[in-house]
Design a protein around this ligand. Structure first.
Ligand SMILES: Cc1ncc(COP(=O)(O)O)c(C=O)c1O
Length: 433
């Protein structure tokens, strides 16, 4: 009789994990307050709650200013544009990240140059940056991926030597600290996303934090149709979009921020427990700890699947089996961006791209994306110890019964191997009824 749930056995877990997002009366009261105020939108920019949230979020991350905006893609685009980056410029981005990191560079008018990731962190490999710097290079976007940080010491040193702007993409790093400094305050600016899955959320939303007042002013101007925020605003006139955050979003985020420290601690403890258990099970690779990460933000816990330790089955079969055991997980969560179906576009619409180097081969990113990485979402780490223990039991069970996966290709395994965009299409409702 089959043991693995994927083959008809009993799943390790039938109960759901902690539901996300978490909310309570604070969000409800805030929403009611905004509703009754009739002051719903993002204008004047920043509006009252957006201003308060920007200040508090920046302070929590050791930066002076925070400009709340519509989402975490436009926050990247705005920060680049505010720094004067545009047509003809090149921006270094990691090859392994959400497609939006690189798309924001194109939207700003510049060209992304993909650099491989460090296999120990899955974040931008600082050792490979200098070889890709040209006379057009203007900025670096390190992404603090999953639960690790890019090596900010090395990146800031390279940036200082080449006079490059450093924009930290902290979409996964709310509350994280590097040598005691908040994510996003180590570089010249930091960008965060508040999309539903993130560690703080208003459904959608984003923010740019910085300690440079001129940069902050320019971000506001660009997010507010070009209007300068103060009479004495420096910088060039600019035609801007409307990328403002609404008061509904801001008031929710003020409540979410109040829970961030407590949740960060909870997740830190639970991921440490998971790590101990994974060491005992063996057969998977752990991303080594770095003492310079003084507070770990765990958007996902990520480990390496070693196929040879699991009878040669593919990572996607392991993930399908883990999901069937009742543990939310993903393998092809991100892929090498330059190979992704979501990163296909008409090159002639982006002249800076058409002019730049466009052949990339980043083996660590490709290995992570297509063969090796397993991503466990942070909801697993917000509940009881039993949640972590069930996750470990499921992994151990798959290891012991892996023979049941060998030689069987089924629909659920094949689906895991599809790019996320295609998987989402399979699961989505029709856009019009
Ligand atoms: C690394 C990274 N950068 C940028 C973004 C873009 O954020 P948003 O979805 O809010 O536009 C995301 C969100 O998925 C992300 O994970």
């Amino acid at each position: 009789m089959a043991q693995l749930a994927l083959r008809g056995g009993r799943p390790v877990r039938n109960r759901p994990f902690t539901a996300w997002p978490i909310y309570d009366g604070r969000e409800a009261r805030g929403l009611q307050t905004v509703l009754e105020s009739r002051n719903w939108g993002g204008y004047p920019c920043p509006n009252d709650f957006a201003r308060e949230f920007g200040r508090k979020f920046a302070e929590a991350h050791n930066a002076r200013y925070g400009v709340a905006v519509a989402n975490g893609t436009v926050s990247l685009e705005l920060a680049l544009q505010a720094a004067g980056i545009g047509f003809g410029d090149e921006v270094i981005v990691p090859a392994y990240t959400w497609e939006g990191t690189a798309a924001a560079v194109l939207f700003a008018g510049a060209a992304p140059v993909f650099v491989d990731v460090d296999p120990d962190t899955y974040c931008l490999d600082a050792k490979l940056i200098e070889a890709t710097i040209t006379e057009r290079t203007r900025a670096i976007i390190p992404v603090h991926l999953g639960f690790r940080f890019a090596d900010m010491d090395a990146i800031m040193e390279i940036a200082a030597r080449h006079r490059l702007f450093v924009l930290e993409d902290c979409a996964h790093a709310h509350g994280g600290k590097w040598r005691g400094k908040g994510a996003g305050s180590i570089g010249h600016a930091g960008s965060f996303s508040f999309q539903t899955s993130k560690l703080m959320t208003a459904g959608e939303g984003g923010i740019v934090i910085t300690s440079d007042i001129d940069l902050a002013d320019q971000v506001i101007r660009l997010a507010n149709c070009g209007r300068p925020p103060r009479k004495e605003t420096k910088g060039n006139p600019a035609l801007g979009h409307n990328y403002r955050m609404t008061e509904f979003q801001a008031v929710i985020l003020l409540a979410q921020l109040e829970r961030l420290d407590e949740q960060t601690e909870l997740r830190e403890g639970a991921t440490a427990r998971l790590e101990e258990g994974l060491k005992q099970i063996g057969g998977v690779g752990l991303l080594p700890r770095d003492n310079r990460i003084t507070r770990q933000a765990s958007y996902h816990y990520v480990f390496k699947f070693h196929s040879e330790e699991f009878g040669g089955v593919h990572r996607d079969a392991f993930v399908a089996a883990l999901k069937a055991e009742g543990v939310p997980s993903d393998g092809r969560f991100y892929e090498a961006v330059y190979r992704s179906s979501l990163f296909e576009f008409a090159a002639e619409k982006y002249p800076a791209w058409a002019q730049s180097k466009r052949e990339f081969h980043c083996p660590a990113a490709e290995r992570a994306g297509y063969e090796e990485s397993v991503w466990l979402p942070h909801q697993i780490f917000l509940g009881e110890e039993r949640d972590v223990d069930d996750t470990l039991t499921a992994i151990q069970k798959i290891k012991e019964n892996v023979a049941e996966l060998i030689g069987h290709e089924d629909e659920r395994i094949r689906t895991q191997g599809l790019p996320r965009a295609e998987r989402a299409l399979l699961e989505s409702k029709p856009p019009y009824q």
